[in-house]
Design a protein around this ligand. Structure first.
Ligand SMILES: [Zn+2]
Length: 245
């Protein structure tokens, strides 16, 4: 099969995602066609897995090759929602659909209530390995944020099936990984706060409208400084302006 072509490419918070959702017509043997067993079929958990790096054909990526293998029924009975490596990310199962990845059975919460991310790593700590880990953390944060889930909803494959040592390259430093997800999540929330407070500001003589973004309004200068530092850590520049009211 030729390389997969995405139906769409989305970009959220700097993460490009190739969208290629499996449907009942795709011919994927283990596609369940079942919606998540949660209110409104919204994901209740994000499950993190690791799968090994693979040699790829020229002109493609490991994430695409895993996605394509799923379409070709070469992944055994495994169906996950996302494959992500150091440079690429494929979304092959709609977030509201049951996958087959958690080893907790047809009715287990891992399979029926969670979205699965396979982070493609080898634990070597080389640049590609680190990039995959950080991008995986960003993707986990994006999904937690999208569905309004807290850090307690970030799960490992092992949480659902203790005999399975997965994600094998992250369990040894899981807290550090979770902290990275948490930092991304805080940055996404800060970015959202900034967006919500954007309002039309004024029109100049040329009729152009300008917008100023405000993220907070404080009676105590130290609190304003604290928010400024949070924004800086999240990669935004910020200024404090005094105002008498
Ligand atoms: Zn796993």
């Amino acid at each position: 099969m030729a390389f997969l072509k995405p139906d769409a490419v989305t970009e959220e918070y700097g993460l490009r995602i190739a969208e290629k959702p499996i449907t009942a017509q795709s011919g994927v043997r283990y596609y369940s066609n079942r919606r998540l067993n949660t209110p409104d079929h919204r994901p209740a958990y994000i499950t993190v897995h690791n799968t090994d790096r693979i040699r790829t054909a020229a002109g493609t990526t490991m994430a695409e090759q895993y996605a394509r293998a799923t379409y070709n029924n070469n992944m055994g009975d495994v169906v996950v929602h996302y494959y992500i490596d150091g440079e690429d990310c494929w979304h092959i199962l709609a977030d509201d659909t049951v996958g087959w990845h958690a080893a907790d059975g047809v009715n287990g919460p891992g399979n029926t209530k969670s979205v699965a991310i396979e982070i493609i790593m080898d634990g070597s700590g080389d640049a590609a390995d680190k990039a995959a880990e950080d991008r995986g953390a960003l993707l986990a944060a994006i999904l937690l944020h999208r569905y309004g889930l807290g850090m307690d909803r970030l799960k490992t494959h092992r949480d659902w099936y203790p005999k399975k040592y997965c994600p094998a390259y992250l369990l040894g430093h899981w807290q550090a990984f979770a902290d990275r997800v948490k930092a991304h999540l805080a940055a996404l929330e800060a970015a959202d706060g900034a967006k919500e407070n954007a309002a039309p500001e004024q029109t100049d003589a040329g009729g152009r409208t300008f917008y100023r973004v405000q993220v907070g309004f404080y009676g105590v200068k130290a609190n304003a400084e604290a928010m400024k530092n949070r924004l800086k850590q999240a990669g935004f520049s910020a200024i404090i302006k005094e105002e008498k009211v």
